[in-house]
Ligand binder design. Sequence first.
Ligand SMILES: Nc1ncnc2c1ncn2[C@@H]1O[C@H](COP(=O)(O)OP(=O)(O)O)[C@@H](O)[C@H]1O
Ligand SMILES: [Mg+2]
Length: 272
Amino acid sequence: MTTISDSAIAQESASCDRIAALEQQLARSQRLAALGELLSTTTHEFNNVLMTILNYASQGLRHKDAATRDKALDKIFTAAKRASKITSTILAVARNRSNNFESTNLKQLVADTLVLLERELSKYRIAVEAHLAEVPEVLAMGNQIQQVLLNLLINSRQAMLSGGRLIIRLEHDDKADMVDLVVRDTGCGIPADKLPHIFEPFFTTKSGPDETGMGGTGLGLASCRQIIEAHRGRIRVESTVGKGTQFTIKLPVAKKEIAGAIAPPILTEPRS
Ligand SMILES: Nc1ncnc2c1ncn2[C@@H]1O[C@H](COP(=O)(O)OP(=O)(O)O)[C@@H](O)[C@H]1O
Ligand SMILES: [Mg+2]
């Protein structure tokens, strides 16, 4: 009899090991998908800036008059500053791989993330409205929250194939002492029967990555939920077909006296 229960225990522990291995594999796939999307986004943006620099440089070379050359140099200077902002954002993401929760300025983080998508959004005729109130800092892993925001913005962009509006709002919910980050789009919306499934890993209605190499894995929102839950926050969705979709993320305010002292839960797979 003991033999049976021993083998049952052995079986159960083997299946627990398998589940843990699958969870690790999922976390790795999510990270790779996020990295791929970031790479694709930033390469596109960087390429756009390079085109501007090339165009104005050739204009400046063709026209000898001082006014045209001054204007061209001015445009090149602005574009080069933008290029440098893009690369420093990528480097910050690549460097900041720690699992540390820090007091984080969400307003700055939202503004930095928008820099990465500015051109792409305007190319798809999407107008961005950012209402970013001064809010208290939150206790967060900055690059992970940036990943969440990028996922949401890319989903919204993909839901507005013929253009639209993207509204980003930052507010302090002083009752709950949380900061709300709201991303709303005027895209296609999500049918009621699909809504309960969108946070499931691998749930996607896209046939594969789009022409910019983004989406289609069904891992975006699953990883958003995982990250927000690890932050002891909440993520909520409301959607109306044909009208649009709104995601609300709530993150706890960083308390000065306890920031750094509390140990929030670690994500499924520690980053190397
Ligand atoms: N803003 C949005 N508007 C409409 N549908 C959305 C939006 N965000 C997510 N979805 C739906 O949720 C699904 C899952 O999203 P996600 O996990 O990011 O995976 P993926 O983008 O790879 O399909 C999408 O395929 C899409 O059907
Ligand atoms: Mg997605």
